[in-house]
Design a protein. Structure first.
Length: 303
């Protein structure tokens, strides 16, 4: 492989993962400093980012897929379900967990999704539980225990609603990951994710129209935070990740994607000054270890 192309791929996936992790922290800052709530942010984030992804598809890739995805009734129905139950659920539960708690805990809880997928596939008898899977589950449970209790069973170290939304975020991500597979085999990722974002944004707009959120009274800093979440933390992060697959293997991008929770933890602790105890750092290590183990297993099984 061309070394220049590989360096480009590494830059794209690392930058995308860091943007993903940082966007949660920036969203928390936005919630603290403005009257914008999770409904308004998720609606605007999905509609703008989805439109931009489809615009990229139109100018850079096969533009016929943008309309073509709707010509098959079964595919169109699956895309609608993916947008409303998959994309919207992932985005909303993740942002709700951030609003009630912090970005580090929300991001790490979302990474329980691989464990949920393991249990789902076991129930469907599509996989056999191995010692590696047992280690995965132990790391996930230990990580969550230390992260949420800071070593004390008497009380949670984060608000209970943040925990509930975070676990729901993991479940939504598990559904999102499994349900998207048939769609991604037929169409470009930018088409599927772009339309899913627009569908999710329109679905939430029925309950909470974007014009019900006042974006005119924001400070310059707040506008910058909002722009970062929509452009860098959503549209560019996903685009960079997809583009990195042109020069890196899926296993490499999956491994480097573990920088996302690390970026969320670091920015939460050092930028937002959120307190993190020793056992919470230990829990963070367990969950990052879980992600690395899963990525390494994928790499080993494909080689």
């Amino acid at each position: 492989m061309n070394p220049t192309a590989r360096r480009k791929g590494l830059f794209l996936v690392i930058t995308g993962a860091i943007f993903w992790g940082m966007s949660g922290t920036v969203a928390k800052k936005l919630f603290e400093q403005t009257a914008i709530d999770v409904n308004g942010l998720v609606t605007v984030r999905l509609l703008i980012a989805g439109s931009l992804l489809l615009t990229i598809q139109f100018w850079v890739k096969d533009r016929s897929q943008i309309v073509g995805v709707w010509r098959n009734r079964r595919t169109a129905l699956r895309l609608l379900v993916f947008g409303l139950v998959g994309m919207l659920s992932v985005q909303y539960t993740y942002m709700a967990s951030i609003q009630h708690g912090n970005a580090a805990v929300a991001t790490l809880l979302q990474y329980l999704a691989p464990v949920m997928i393991i249990f789902y596939l076991m129930l469907r008898k599509q996989m056999v539980f191995t010692r590696k899977d047992l280690l995965t589950v132990i790391l996930a449970l230990a990580g969550c225990f230390f992260l949420l209790t800071n070593g004390s069973i008497s009380e949670l170290s984060v608000p209970f609603p943040a925990v509930v939304w975070g676990i729901l975020s993991g479940a939504a991500l598990a559904f999102y990951t499994l349900y998207a597979v048939p769609l991604l085999r037929q169409y470009d990722s930018l088409v599927i994710v772009g339309w899913a974002m627009i569908i999710g944004g329109l679905g939430l707009s029925v309950i909470h129209p974007p014009w019900h959120t006042d974006f005119t009274d924001l400070t310059i800093d707040a506008y910058l935070y909002l722009a970062f979440v929509v452009l860098f933390g959503t549209m560019i992060a996903f685009w960079f990740y997809i583009e990195s697959l042109q020069s890196l293997s899926p296993q490499e991008t999956s491994l480097l994607g573990s920088l996302e929770p690390l970026a969320a933890v670091i920015t939460t602790v050092f930028w937002l000054k959120e307190p993190f105890g020793f056992f919470q750092w230990l829990g963070t290590g367990c969950i990052i270890g879980l992600i690395l183990l899963l990525a390494w297993n994928k790499k080993s099984s494909s080689s």
